[in-house]
Design a protein around this ligand. Structure first.
Ligand code: SAM
Length: 239
């Protein structure tokens, strides 16, 4: 945890950028076990959806930590990147959401695809609270307070027909596809919408559907990467 992420309900006093916060949950445990925090200790903190800054530990014991907080610094700007992610298996989904938040991705759409196992759509990991928890873990790692917007699209064709063009308007549209003859471009400053396939990859009809909506299939090279490897490789290459 590189930044202690505060929730609005943690704040017991607020006066402009100054606040006092009380923590009880896993963050208290982390402060005690990992940071070995004691009164007077300074910590990097941020308010979910708000600014970040510093906190001083006023008191800490097994039941609560009280922090005196100054929130005066904006979080880093988001990457102008929208990720269209074919729903992965629940364990991978957790990691992908964390990675997206850590890397500063602006928006994530979890979408269906032919080779997405139907059982994945029943996962409790898709509950809004479960998604929010993974995003918070990713923000704590990256030192950010602004989570990506996450949307869920359970039907690919209606999503593509009715919403994809609006969502991707004004962006460069790329579909990561190992079989594509075109290499993924490098160092792009403009907004990008990037589609990432399921474990088994996109089927030909899906590649054609995305191409119809202006997406260029691009490859990272001849090796087949897991989605959790492909995402950081693609983001590192594109930004
Ligand atoms: N057998 C599948 C195929 O050939 O598409 C492999 C799918 S891979 C495990 C899952 C997703 O990661 C792919 O659909 C693609 O979006 C992305 N990916 C993995 N390796 C890639 C590469 N070398 N180039 C571009 N995208 C890649």
């Amino acid at each position: 945890m590189n930044l202690v992420l505060l929730l609005p309900e943690d704040l017991i006093e607020r006066d402009g950028p100054c606040a006092r916060a009380v923590l009880h949950d896993r963050r208290l445990d982390h402060l005690r076990r990992v940071h070995r925090a004691a009164p007077g200790r300074e910590l990097r903190v941020g308010l979910l959806g708000g600014r970040q800054g510093r906190a001083t530990v006023e008191a800490i014991d097994a039941t609560a930590a009280t922090l005196r907080v100054v929130l005066d610094t904006p979080s880093p700007p988001k990457l102008p990147l929208t990720l269209l992610l074919a729903l992965p298996r629940p364990k991978t989904l957790r990691r992908m959401l964390q990675t997206a938040a850590t890397m500063g991705i602006q928006r994530v759409v979890l979408m269906n695809s032919w080779r997405v196992d139907k059982s994945y759509w029943k996962s409790p990991q898709l509950e809004p609270a479960a998604i929010a928890e993974q995003l918070r873990l990713g923000l704590e790692q990256g030192g950010d307070t602004m989570p990506p917007q996450v949307d869920v699209e359970r039907l690919l064709v209606p999503f593509a027909k009715e919403r994809l063009d609006v969502l991707a308007a004004g962006t460069t549209r790329l579909l990561a596809h190992p079989a594509a003859p075109t290499p993924c471009p490098r160092h792009r400053a403009e907004p990008i919408t990037l589609a990432l396939g399921p474990e088994g990859g996109f089927i030909a009809d899906e590649v054609a559907l995305f191409e119809h909506h202006g997406f260029a299939p691009v490859a990272l090279g001849p090796r087949l990467l897991r989605v959790e490897q492909a995402l950081p490789a693609l983001v590192g290459r594109l930004t």
